[in-house]
Design a protein around this ligand. Sequence first.
Ligand code: ADP
Ligand code: MG
Length: 250
Amino acid sequence: MVNKITIENLKAVYEGVLALNGVNLDIRQNEILGIIGPSRSGKTTLLKVLNRMIDFVPRSRVEGKILFDNLNIYTDIRLLALRRKIGMVYALPLPLPMSIFDNVAYGPRLHGTKSKSVLSDIVEKCLKASYLWDEVKDRLDSQAFQLSGGQQQRLCISRTLAVEPEVILYDEPCSGLDPISTAKVEDAMRELKEKYTQVLVTNNTKQAARVSDRTAFFLMGELVEVDNTKKIFTGPSDERTNDYITGKFG
Ligand code: ADP
Ligand code: MG
């Protein structure tokens, strides 16, 4: 089992708030790692540390070591390269106010790809990978906001894929979607497993049970336990995990 990311003794502090307190966690190549836990347990912060978006938060502080392919993300990798390799999909789909095609082509264009045929190939490949192609192939020039919420979220996944990341982080990607749209986003994640390492923060424990290979339970900034998803949902080691997944607190 190859580790894509290794997190050692991670602490993250915002002005007086200890958001993560001594987290040790490996993220394995090509797995879907589910991250569950009540709100304010530090899930989003963990994702923000991984692609260093937390650098934008004034007076935030990070301690510990994070290795990405055995390289320290703070000292051995350039920031832009890191952000390109670790893509993020947010809770609310935020397509850009432009066509479906241009949304997917945006990142590659920014990185210097100009050829229309190369861009067309990228757009087709990424829309296929995110399970959206069949629904939009005849209207690539339509405005992205005309798509349904679920389609917009899959478009956002396509956009993330277009700059060829190795890891995809999702922060509650289906929280605003109906069950059918959610199922399609989950199908896309399963399809993407072959090529990518995925970290899925979800406030929906059932979603973690459905799609994650392993699941980590966070509580008040601490990793309570991480194990195979089946084990977490049928016989967790820690009573607090059991209380959470059985709905005793949320
Ligand atoms: P989760 O995603 O599990 O809900 P977060 O990582 O967003 O948890 O938050 C963890 C803790 O950090 C919470 O107590 C939250 O209030 C605090 N926090 C998050 N972002 C900021 C910020 N930008 N400034 C100050 N405190 C923050
Ligand atoms: Mg969050």
